[in-house]
Design a protein around this ligand. Structure first.
Ligand code: ADP
Ligand code: TRP
Length: 329
């Protein structure tokens, strides 16, 4: 069975975009692959050197991923800082990675611009830590978005270089992986392209009914179609895209026809969309509350995940030490 690995920084609560773009695919993948999902709390130090209650943030995200349906019996779900083996591999990769190539990574350049007073070595070596995350499990596939392509290229370089330097065929070159319809992009309700935390236009998975309805009813619209069967402008297409994911096909078709014959009333459409989003999110919200209220259970799941991840990582590290020529414990 092939190994798939994905990591997420504990930067905030999960929203609809994270759910449809990532979490739901993970849930499907856990039945078909040997899956590792982890929370990249070390990586978050590159931008937030003094995090407030980092253990709590990691557990919040853990509860939300579990609520989406990631099953700790099927997949290994763990917190990065619980697996110290990662750091040893990070060190080896750093020895074979060059300043010039790390400085050329766009995300590094961007972050260096955003935080000119804190251009730290961790930020520079973000890609080698990511390579260690992936290659400690010798994962072949990594579901990531477009923004991570350069980091993935660095991970492949780390694997290739290690193999070349030591004359082995040890690490696979991990491939970017899209599960099913990778093109899915959840739009925001503000008429902008993408739902995202930094865009401030999210519907969060934990949101209650009242708040969901309020946000949907406030969604930006226009004056309505000007001619039958006309193309939908982006703001309206966004509402339809959300309806496509949350509502039944009949409901979608009903409003689509109303658009096409110019009799659509956005108020009615929003009411229906809000209703369907509330129903879609209610069970997830319930499970978030349930998981979050049982910190002991979360701790146990994190411990179990860490154990499995350490077992996998230490097997790799034993081989790596042997290959380089270090003592093996
Ligand atoms: P955010 O945009 O909220 O900061 P991240 O960039 O941390 O989210 O993304 C975490 C995961 O969720 C990634 O796999 C990303 O592809 C997915 N994702 C985030 N926003 C969306 C969206 N609007 N539509 C589809 N997938 C998304
Ligand atoms: N860099 C990823 C992000 O910002 C998070 C991440 C860290 C990751 N390590 C990883 C993703 C390993 C995949 C594999 O979203």
């Amino acid at each position: 069975m092939e190994t798939v690995l994905s990591g997420m920084r504990p930067t905030g609560n999960l929203h609809l975009g994270n759910y449809y773009g990532a979490a739901r695919s993970f849930v499907k993948m856990q039945d078909e692959y040997n899956c590792f999902f982890f929370i990249a709390d070390w990586h978050s130090l590159t931008t937030h050197p003094k995090p407030e209650d980092i253990q709590r943030s990691a557990r919040t995200i853990l509860a939300e991923y579990l609520a989406c349906g990631i099953d700790p019996e099927k997949a290994t779900i763990y917190i990065q800082s619980d697996v110290p083996e990662t750091i040893e591999l990070y060190l080896y990769f750093n020895m074979n990675c060059y300043l010039g190539e790390l400085e050329r990574v766009t995300t590094f350049k961007e972050k260096a611009r955003q935080q000119p007073d804190n251009v730290n070595a961790g930020l520079l070596t973000y890609p080698t830590l990511m390579a260690a995350d992936i290659l400690q499990h010798r994962a072949a596939k990594v579901p990531v978005g477009k923004d991570q392509e350069q980091n993935m290229e660095m991970a492949r370089k780390c694997a290739r270089r290690f193999n070349n330097i030591y004359g082995v065929e040890f690490f696979p070159e991990p491939q970017n992986f899209y599960f099913g319809d990778h093109a899915i992009k959840i739009p925001g309700l503000d008429g902008s392209g993408k739902m995202g935390k930094s865009n401030g236009n999210c519907i969060y998975l934990y949101e209650d009914e009242k708040s969901i309805r309020k946000k949907v009813m406030r969604a930006v619209t226009d004056n309505g179609p000007e001619a039958p069967n006309s193309e939908k402008p982006e703001v309206i297409q966004n509402l339809f895209t959300l309806m496509e994911i949350a509502s039944s096909k009949d409901t979608y078709d009903y409003f689509n026809e109303k658009w096409n014959d110019c009799s659509i009333r956005y108020g009615d459409m929003k009411k229906q969309l809000a209703e369907d989003l509330v129903n879609t999110l209610a069970p997830i919200r319930e499970r978030i509350i349930e998981f979050s209220s049982d910190q002991d259970k979360l701790d146990k799941i994190a411990r179990m995940g860490a154990e499995k991840a350490r077992e996998s990582a230490s097997a790799t590290l034993r081989e790596v030490r042997k290959i380089i020529g270090f003592k093996v414990y």
